[in-house]
Structures are given as C-alpha cells and as structure tokens.
Design a protein around this ligand. Structure first.
Ligand SMILES: Nc1ncnc2c1ncn2[C@@H]1O[C@H](COP(=O)(O)OP(=O)(O)O)[C@@H](O)[C@H]1O
Ligand SMILES: [Mg+2]
Length: 329
C-alpha cells in the first residue's frame, strides 16, 4: 500500500490576540488523508479555517497541536517542499518584475537550471494565457492575470502535490472554467491536487472527494455527490383547492401531527400561498402521502411535488451553532 500524499492527524490552531488575550480556535482538531492522484476539495464558508490549515501544511505557521505529513515527510521538510507547489490566498508579487522574471526567480528556488526555467516558464505562460503580457511589469496586471501568475509559480517546479488556496477567487466565469480545466489536466498528469473553495459549484464535478470544514471542525469527508444528494430535507407540494379545503387542511396538517419531523419548528406553519397556488411543506414521506390523499379526497389538485435536497450552504450551517467562536481567558 502506498502512503497517502497528505496525512493530517488532529491538527489544531488557536490564535491568541492582543492585550485581552482574545482566543480564536481557527482549526479545531481535524484529521483526514489525501491519496495519490486525487483531486481533493477543501470546502467551507469564509472563516472556516481553510487558509489556516493550508498554512500549517506548508510550514508557514505552527500548529498548536496535532501533526501532518506531506509526501511521507514532516511538514516543513525542505526536500518535500521541492515536490509541492503552493498558491497562497493572497500571493505577494514583486510587482516591478514581469511574469517571466518572477517565474525565473521562483524556478531558481526550485533549483532549475536556466534552460529548464526558460522552457517551463514560457510553456506555463502560454498555457495560462499570459504570453502577451509576459514581459510587462506585473503592477499593470489585472486581478485575474495575477491569479494566473500565482498558478504558474505553483506549477513551475513540476510538483507532485499542488496546494491551491481559493484558486478561483477573483476570476470571472471564464477564468473559473479555465482553472477547473487546469486542475483536470493536472489530475490527468497523475498529480495530486488539494484546493480550497467556499463555492460549491467550483468543487462540483471536479473533486474525487471533498472535506467540508465549518468553524474549524471537519464535518464530512467523501465524494461530494454522496454527501449532498441522499438527504431529502423536506418535500414541497404545490396544490389548488377551494377555500374550504384550504381551511380544513390547515387545521388537519398544522405541523404538529405525527409524521412531521420531531425536531421541526412547532411555530412555523407548513402552509403558505404563492402566485401559482397553495404550498405545503411536508417533512417526511408518510406525511406527504397523507396530505396528497387529503387534497384529492377534498376535490383539490396537485400541481407538483418537489423534494428539497440539502445544499452546501445548509450543510455548512448544519449543527454548527453550538461552539462559541471566541473565548476570553
Ligand atoms: N493571524 C490570525 N490571528 C487571529 N485570528 C486569525 C488569524 N488568521 C486567521 N484567524 C481567524 O481564524 C479563523 C479561520 O480563518 P481562515 O483560516 O482564514 O478561514 P478561511 O480560509 O476558511 O476563510 C477566522 O475566524 C479568522 O478570523
Ligand atoms: Mg481562506
């Protein structure tokens, strides 16, 4: 069995700030593995702890506890670092340099000779659509162009593992698509990609697996489809019927009868009206069956029955409200 490319074991980071010693638990003991050749998406809302985790993995900040190994070596190992490419969340560029000069500088850090630096930087600039701007100082670049330079510098060392912190951020839909294609290309080359995003659509169709992080804790790890699709949260019924039937069903199905979810809000009515008719929100299949039968029996009509599946946003907030975000000591 080959060792995982990335193995994270109980990683935790607590920041202590200022005179009041305000504490923030940014990453709260997370564990997961990324296997060779995988595209692994690190998903979570802003402030979830993605960047902090990646900085710990790159050896830029120290964990408060826990450990991680990358390519079989401890985090921060110099030899391993040469086999990793990293796009930081806010890359800092020497903006008086041109993209070519900058890539040559990074190539030297990776130990590439002049010919190799030249070959790789021109190929990457071409691939990322920067060839036209390659000799202009980067201070004249747009945000999207700088993001591409960031990707180019992450790839110049031909790394086995590519770590990208929000690689689609600041890009328009075409740019996002290009980054997506680039990640697919890296996978085809057999590389391992670990990237973060707060946007579900950017992870969809791209990731073999995702890890979902909310408030510093890892909520789920697995194929995205499995994490999202099987959970039917509620079923929306659009129907028409007489005012008399509406009143009768409001009384009969007031959200407290058996078959409605035990934990569901007792105060929220499952009934509402829309321009297209009446809406009833069923919490379970049995309740749906009884409601539909009652509409038909009362001479009404069913227009549509729509299961509502869990979205990433709901997954983000699901049972994540209990831990106080900040504590003072
Ligand atoms: N240097 C720091 N000092 C104090 N708190 C920090 C620091 N860096 C990040 N945090 C806090 O840690 C939490 C996680 O931040 P971050 O890792 O940047 O999240 P994400 O990348 O998922 O948006 C946030 O509450 C953030 O304010
Ligand atoms: Mg971040």
């Amino acid at each position: 069995m080959t060792a995982p490319v990335l193995e994270v074991d109980g990683l935790r980071k607590e920041f202590v700030r200022g005179f009041l010693r305000k504490r923030t638990v940014a990453v709260d003991g997370i564990s997961f593995r990324v296997e060779r050749g995988e595209v692994f998406g690190f998903l979570g809302p802003n402030g979830a702890g993605k960047t902090t985790t990646m900085k710990m993995l790159m050896g830029l900040i120290y964990p408060s506890s826990g450990k991680a190994t990358i390519l079989g070596a401890a985090v921060g190992d110099i030899e391993a670092k040469r086999r990793i490419g990293y796009l930081p969340e806010n890359p800092y560029f020497y903006d008086y340099l041109s993209a070519t000069e900058y890539l040559h500088m990074i190539g030297r850090i990776y130990g590439l000779d002049r010919a190799e630096r030249h070959k790789r930087s021109s190929r990457l600039l071409e691939r990322l659509g920067l060839a036209m701007a390659e000799s202009r100082a980067m201070r004249s670049y747009s945000k999207g162009m700088l993001q591409r330079v960031g990707l180019a510098q992450a790839l110049i060392g031909d790394p086995e593992l590519v770590v990208l912190d929000e690689p689609m951020s600041g890009l328009d839909p075409i740019g996002r698509r290009e980054v997506r294609d680039l990640i697919i290309e890296l996978r085809e080359q057999g590389k391992t990609v670990f990237f973060s995003t707060h946007i579900l659509a950017d992870a969809n169709l791209l990731c073999d697996r995702v890890g979902i992080i909310v408030k510093g804790k890892l909520r789920d790890v697995g194929p995205l489809g499995e994490l999202l699709s099987p959970k039917v949260l509620r079923i929306d019924v659009l129907w028409q019927g007489s005012e008399q039937l509406q009143a009768a069903l409001r009384e009969q199905f007031d959200g407290s009868e058996p078959g409605s979810e035990p934990g569901s809000e007792p105060t929220a009515s499952p009934h509402s009206s829309s321009s297209e008719g009446q809406v009833f929100v069923a919490q379970a299949q049995a309740q749906l069956d009884r409601f539909v039968a009652a509409v038909i029996a009362g001479g009404g009509e069913i227009s549509s029955v729509t299961p509502q599946r869990e979205t990433l946003e709901q997954l983000f907030v699901r049972d994540s409200g209990s831990r106080p975000e900040e504590q003072r000591s």
